[in-house]
Design a protein around this ligand. Structure first.
Ligand code: SF4
Length: 425
């Protein structure tokens, strides 16, 4: 059977640096497919999708983001109008099953391992069903295989000469239930770690010294987190992750295991946050703050104070997003009850546009404050400069543990040195 797996284009935030990371959902999903399937892959974010230039028996759309959905529906409509069967999967499909069914021959809801082959069997027998619902039937994490990164065209994931990090995951699910987040709905309210041996095997298979643990949060089980960091340390990978536990022992282990930088939610201007950032930076771990704007206690003055605070605590990078009430999040339920959702035009659910009525500002004032936050944070030191500093940190770390490979002063190093003013651009 020939399958074409498509990852549709999605609109980037205009303030973000325009690089593309290799997608994680499609390569994980591909690992769950039987090897006798002839699989081709197109990531429309980095290459042109030539519709119809294939003789696939089945089109699979892997969709991660709500704002990616309208484009996925367009692609599906094109194929179905020509009699080709289309199946949808991925996180956004789980959030939008009803609308997606109007554009699909089947929707697959849930995690694919040990489950998707039932759908393939039904395709072979011409008995495809409309819905395959495994939303609450989570596979054992020992079934998760090494992601099939061979389907990616690696050369397309470079920025200024740097190979982009490869994405990997060591766990699924989340035991927390934060108000803006749909992860507990999607992956379950339980932390589900993969066997550490399987994670190590996968890391060894990745031909890249830099990886990004895309786990929702590694800070969910202290003993597991310590074991993970101790076990991966000898691999000398340099890695990025979402939050890690704020404890001396775990932070030390993370630094020794190659933690390059973490994404840390900055929820207020407290001493607790200040200390947390300081403790990471003292260990040579960079911090990219993820900052959500438009919460009910935010007014214009609060956002100004928050940006001042971020500069004062010397965050390496900041990413500002506007609170967005995605389906199956506690905040959407609340805003719906209060009649504060302005629309459900999913193309505009990018986290860069206001789609609800804020409590203490008008929608346009919040939109302006979002732009203010990006501009002010990066006013004195541009994003390029700050990113270059992060790359220099990476080079220093590699020099320290003997993994740095000297390259000619072109491409990546030249950009880095120019950005921090060591050579002429
Ligand atoms: S925001 Fe992070 S910690 Fe909170 S529920 Fe979502 S994944 Fe879990």
């Amino acid at each position: 059977m020939k399958i074409r797996l498509i990852y549709p284009e999605w609109p980037k935030l205009k303030e973000q640096t325009q690089f593309n990371l290799p997608p994680h959902g499609p390569v994980c999903f591909a690992a769950a497919l039987s090897e006798d399937i002839d699989l081709s892959f197109c990531d429309e974010n980095v290459e042109e999708l030539r519709l119809g230039e294939d003789d696939a028996d089945l089109i699979l759309l892997s969709v991660m983001l709500t704002c990616q959905m309208p484009r996925a529906w367009e692609i599906a409509d094109w194929y179905r109008a020509r009699g080709v069967k289309v199946v949808f999967g991925g996180i956004a499909t789980m959030l939008h099953p009803q609308e997606t069914m109007q554009h699909a021959d089947a929707v697959f809801l849930g995690e694919a391992e040990g489950r998707f082959d039932r759908l393939i069997e039904d395709v072979r027998n011409n008995q495809l069903k409309k819905v395959y619902d495994f939303l609450t039937d989570f596979p054992d994490t020992s079934l998760i295989g090494t992601a099939r990164r061979g389907i990616l065209k690696k050369e397309l994931y470079r920025f200024r000469g740097f190979q982009m990090v490869d994405l990997v995951h060591a766990s699924r699910g989340c035991r927390f239930n934060c108000f803006p987040c749909c992860t507990p709905y999607l992956g379950g309210r339980k932390f589900r770690p993969r066997p550490v041996d399987a994670v190590v095997e996968e890391l060894k298979s990745i031909d890249n010294d830099q990886v990004f643990f895309v786990d929702n949060s590694l800070a969910q089980d202290d003993e597991w987190e310590k074991e993970l960091f101790r076990t991966i340390a000898p691999l000398k990978k340099k890695w990025i992750s979402h939050p890690i536990k704020d404890s001396d022992e775990i932070l030390d282990l993370a630094a020794e295991a190659g933690c390059w930088y973490v994404y840390q939610a900055i929820v207020d201007t407290s001493d607790h946050i200040r200390r947390k950032i300081k403790r990471l930076k003292e260990r040579g771990i960079g911090v990219e703050g993820t900052v959500l704007l438009g919460l009910d206690d935010h007014d214009e003055d609060y956002i100004k104070r928050l940006v001042d605070f971020l500069l004062e605590i010397d965050l390496d990078l900041a990413e500002f997003t506007i609170l967005t009430p995605f389906p199956h999040t506690p905040i959407r339920d609340q805003l719906m009850r209060q009649g504060r959702i302005l629309h459900s035009d999913w193309r505009r659910y990018t986290t860069g546009k206001v789609v609800f009525e804020p409590a203490k500002m008008s929608p346009s004032a919040l939109q302006s404050m979002y732009e203010y936050a990006w501009e002010t944070f990066y006013h004195d030191e541009s994003k390029e400069m700050r990113m270059a500093r992060m790359f220099l940190k990476l080079i220093e770390k590699k020099k320290k543990d003997g993994t740095y490979k000297r390259v000619r002063l072109s491409g990546a190093r030249k950009w880095t040195k120019a950005a921090v003013g060591e050579v002429a651009p």
